[in-house]
Design a protein around this ligand. Sequence first.
Ligand code: ATP
Length: 284
Amino acid sequence: MKVYEKAPAKINLMLDVIRKREDGFHEVEMIMTMVDLADRLEMEEVPRDTIIISSQAGYIPLDEKNLAFQAARLIKDRYDVRKGVYIHLDKKVPVAAGLAGGSSDAAAALRGLNRLWGLGISEEELCTLGAELGSDVPFCVTGGTAVARGRGEKLERISNPPQCWVVLAKPPINVSTADVYGKLRAAELKTHPSTSAMVSAIERGSFTDICDNLGNVLESVTLQLYPEVLQLKEIMQRLGADGVLMSGSGPTVFGLVNKEAKVSRIYNGLRGFCKEVYVVRMLT
Ligand code: ATP
């Protein structure tokens, strides 16, 4: 038997860091939603008790460093599954891009293996397992749109934003999330985006207010380290995107656009500066 799962990319409509905790993690407040750019996982039982990962992408680890491998090992250990699995990862989401590609693969592996092995694990339990693999994994298990607090694992489900176009542009640099958080001086942040204003804009379905309330405190680090990300934001704004923000720790910049007529102009304009540009929709 084979099962298939999609692992969509996430974007942060808002990302705030409240403080650095004593355990070294940062206390965050984020609003995350999914877009229809996704990896696809194919999972098939194999006769030997082993985990095998393959992918067409040459640039990700295929051993125990792969988050889908870690998800499979975790679920096998925790539920005492003495069966093996072959997981093929069809990678479409750019890596180390601020789009939670690896976390989404881990979440998709948890969902898929739960089905493949008929384990009957609840979504809540899958989220708890996911939190052991990474802060963004619980959100990727449930999908939709949520406010994430704590390390990112405490989720409050909210409505999906109104449908719009999302233009993603990834400059040719890889950003380490740990490095960006490491350089952030949370106590020195002068301004914070407003979670309540963004939640209210989303709940009211106001596209304009969503664009006006976009904010990500990690821009203060990444834009300084990589001026090309700032440049990309400015280009996207000039080309007429309605709201522009860096996702996660970057370097991907996304633009929200409500009129289809504007999308191709933005796409074509960006392609002059950046090879990796995607036009996608929100997953609603
Ligand atoms: P986040 O926004 O959660 O920080 P990201 O988009 O910045 O995520 P990922 O694409 O998840 O970053 O990749 C981060 C690192 O994880 C990379 O260095 C990559 O080698 C490793 N990795 C492990 N498993 C995977 C996977 N299945 N897909 C992509 N990267 C993976």
